[in-house]
Design a protein around this ligand. Structure first.
Ligand SMILES: Cc1cc2nc3c(=O)[nH]c(=O)nc-3n(C[C@H](O)[C@H](O)[C@H](O)COP(=O)(O)O)c2cc1C
Ligand SMILES: C=C(O[C@@H]1CC(C(=O)O)=C[C@@H](OP(=O)(O)O)[C@H]1O)C(=O)O
Length: 354
């Protein structure tokens, strides 16, 4: 199975399945001499972990990370950073019903067809449990990036949407509610809606928005490794993601050039920022902002028609502990993937300029 490594200088390889012994990763290419705040890494994991509130999966995992290499006296040594997060709260018997049948729109069918064998307990390797390892690496990347802030927040749940742009929001409120929406009133409405959806045994999608400030001019490697192309790949690699747009995004397609162009100030900044901080695949020093769309996840607590391995139609009922809506927990994952992209390009830029 290829495809388990992300990045070209700061490289993360993850391993592990949702109901196996453990998940974890190896980071190769981390610069030496970085003093790490290990508590801050654990805090990022706590933002992502299952069982954290009434509107997420009730699987209760401590998600405590243990580092095995690459850090000495709290400082990176430049050697591979190996880390492990033990799985502690699997309930694998809840998944025997999907051993020989496929949940519609999960990855059961495609994994079976491609590999011919599948750890069906939980989603196995396809479970978003794997993203905990991304958060560890992302938290380290955040600590390497100088003066760059990355803030994601929930801007949509089903039809409920925050219409205000990030410039009119107080993002310091994001962590003050369990939805991670910076508008307290909207957060409450979203929370009530997710609770109602959960009661119905259903799931609902949503949008995570992200804003990155303090990025210097010059990150991004045209023509194939443009900064926004890599951000797009990073976001689309997250489980359940269906869409990525940056800057003016899909709405920009409705505008005229005279409305869309970002006119310059004399210092090279721009009066508007419909470009979303990237032009020609290179950061221009303005804020980078983007939206990531998540689908309503596949496992619903309702009877559904599906097929078994032999192609027979069967009725399946959702079992196990699942997220009715993933966006509250996806916020730190989006930030982490953004940090991994930025640290890679930042290190590349440093190398090229030397
Ligand atoms: C934070 C997070 C939590 C998720 N939780 C669940 C879940 O509880 N149940 C589920 O069926 N899918 C869940 N998913 C989505 C599946 O992992 C994903 O749909 C599956 O791997 C198939 O991949 P795809 O949707 O990207 O095609 C979650 C995704 C994320 C990002
Ligand atoms: C365990 C986590 O979330 C899981 C993500 C997930 C999925 O299908 O993506 C399905 C559920 O668990 P399982 O793999 O046991 O079916 C969630 O609880 C986690 O994020 O740590």
């Amino acid at each position: 199975m290829a495809g388990n490594t992300f990045g070209s200088i700061f490289k993360l390889t993850t391993f592990g399945e949702s109901h196996g012994e453990a998940i974890g990763g190896v980071i190769d290419g981390c610069p030496s001499g970085v003093k790490l705040d290990l508590e801050a890494i654990q805090e990022e994991l706590n933002r992502r972990k299952p069982g954290q509130s009434a509107i997420v999966t009730q699987r209760k995992e401590p998600d405590t990370v243990a580092f095995y290499s690459g850090i000495f006296d709290g400082i990176t040594t430049g050697t591979p950073i190996g880390f492990v997060i033990k799985n502690a709260n699997q309930k694998s018997k809840d998944y025997s019903h999907i051993k020989d049948s496929y949940r519609p729109s999960h990855a059961d069918y495609t994994y079976d067809q491609k590999y011919g064998i599948r750890d069906y307990r939980g989603g196995g390797r396809s479970s978003a449990r794997e993203t905990a390892s991304r958060v560890v690496a992302g938290a380290i990347a955040k600590q390497i990036l100088p003066n760059i802030s990355i803030n994601a927040y929930v801007s949509g749940v089903g039809n409920l949407k925050l219409e205000k742009p990030y410039t009119e929001l107080d993002l310091s409120h994001t962590e003050q509610n369990i939805v991670r929406c910076p508008d307290p009133e909207m957060a409450q409405t979203m929370e009530n809606y997710i609770k109602q959806i959960r009661k119905e045994g259903d799931t609902v999608g949503g949008i995570v928005s992200c804003v990155i400030s303090g990025v210097p001019v010059g990150l991004g490697e045209p023509v194939f490794d443009k900064l926004h192309a890599e951000l797009g790949k990073a976001m689309l690699s997250i489980n359940a993601v269906k869409g990525f747009e940056y800057g003016s995004g899909f709405e920009g397609a409705q505008l005229k050039g005279s409305e869309h162009n970002d006119l310059f100030n004399n210092d090279g900044t721009t009066k508007t920022n419909l470009s979303g901080g990237i032009q020609g695949g290179i950061s221009n020093g303005m804020d980078i902002y983007f939206n990531v769309a998540f689908k309503p996840v596949a496992t619903i607590m309702q009877n559904q028609e599906t097929i078994d391995k032999d192609g027979n139609t069967v009725t399946m009922q959702g079992k196990g502990r699942h997220d009715p809506c993933v966006v509250p927990r996806a916020v730190p994952i989006v930030e982490s993937m953004a940090a991994l992209v930025l640290v890679d390009y930042w290190l590349m830029n440093r190398t090229i300029k030397k």
